[in-house]
Design a protein around this ligand. Structure first.
Ligand SMILES: NC(=O)c1ccc[n+]([C@@H]2O[C@H](COP(=O)([O-])OP(=O)(O)OC[C@H]3O[C@@H](n4cnc5c(N)ncnc54)[C@H](OP(=O)(O)O)[C@@H]3O)[C@@H](O)[C@H]2O)c1
Length: 310
């Protein structure tokens, strides 16, 4: 790689995202010249993982030769970090691109740096970086991901270059849809995790706790994800709701009510949404859809009465 094509980056915020993006940059032949965080130990730890010795807590440690700054602090710290960066005058901001990794903020939060002539863009890795996992456990899954971005045309062009350096892709998110986009990421990861927690609880009630619960369900989970991703949720849907198997669905509700009644609101909400999916698939007759709707209405009433009592 030619020297002028190489990113010379500073990472601000040495958590999971900063550590992983820094490591991916270095793996691709780019340089990380500084890792700055709130605490020295955290910056040092990330520096070791990334392969950067220049770590610390002061923005002064950013060398003047950087051409990329990635802000990977929690989203509520970004504004103050940007203000502080804009006051760093040994960096030639007109030769620097600056981005942040927040899913909630747009490029707007970087305005003070744009005023200093830096090229800016938001750059949200559309991946989960769980707090309880070490960066080395996350890094493999961070290759080939999408980054939700917004910014000026110049900013987007630089975002594409950065995504390419990280072996990923860019998806442009209109600023007005930023929160909605982030909500969709929450559904894809956090809600999916909650759904799997429900599976774990049902499995425990069957007598299979701990790792066994996820192991025995993993093949059906993997196949479902595979089928959905290869085709679509509509094509991949199978099971009693899709078939209009009202008697089976009614028996499921009775069983859940008997074994884990706390799950009824969840079961109701998911069965209702699955019905919408089955309707989109065109697999429900009107009569079956109406019988299912009556069944759901009776459990909704029960759920409501229970709520009022408690
Ligand atoms: N976690 C995810 O799944 C995920 C996914 C996509 C995007 N993001 C976004 O990526 C960003 C980072 O997330 P993360 O999960 O990596 O967070 P994290 O693990 O909590 O790390 C944040 C890091 O920022 C440092 N920090 C906090 N305030 C700072 C400040 N004022 N100046 C410098 N450093 C500061 C913290 O330092 P110390 O360790 O020194 O205290 C910490 O290391 C957030 O904007 C988040 O929304 C997260």
């Amino acid at each position: 790689m030619k020297a002028q094509q190489r990113f010379r980056a500073a990472i601000i915020g040495s958590g999971k995202v900063g550590s992983v993006l820094g490591r991916l940059l270095v793996e691709s032949g780019h340089q990380v010249l500084a890792v700055i965080s709130r605490t020295p130990a955290s910056a040092r730890k990330a520096g070791r993982f990334i392969g950067c010795r220049n770590t610390g807590v002061r923005l002064d440690a950013i060398p003047s030769s950087v051409n990329l700054v990635i802000i990977a602090t929690p989203h509520d710290a970004i504004s103050s970090v940007v203000e502080a960066l804009a006051a760093v005058d040994h960096v030639r901001w007109r030769s620097v691109v600056v981005c942040h990794a927040s899913g909630m903020h747009t490029d707007a939060v970087l305005a003070p740096l744009r005023k200093q002539a830096a090229v800016t863009f938001s750059f949200h890795p559309l991946q989960t970086f769980p707090r309880d996992f070490a960066p080395q456990e996350i890094v493999d899954r961070a290759r080939g991901i999408y980054y939700g971005v917004d910014g000026t045309a110049r900013g987007i062009a630089r975002a594409r270059r950065l995504a390419k350096a990280l072996k990923g892709h860019v998806v442009e998110i209109p600023p007005s849809m930023r929160e909605f986009y982030h909500a969709s990421c929450v559904v894809a990861s956090n809600h999916l995790t909650t759904l799997l927690w429900v599976v774990e609880k049902m499995s425990a009630a069957l007598g299979f706790g701990g790792r066994k619960s996820m192991q025995m369900f993993q093949p059906i989970i993997d196949a479902t994800l595979h089928n959905v991703c290869m085709t679509s949720p509509t094509r991949a849907l199978s099971g009693p709701v899709a078939r209009g198997g009202v008697e089976t669905v009614a028996s499921h509700f009775e069983a859940v009510e008997r074994v884990l009644p706390d799950l009824i609101p969840y079961f109701l909400c998911m069965t209702e949404e699955t019905m919408r999916l089955a309707n989109a698939k065109g697999s429900l007759t009107e009569a079956r859809a109406s019988a299912l709707a009556s069944l759901l209405a009776s459990y909704r009433g029960l759920s409501q009465r229970r709520k009022e009592k408690s």
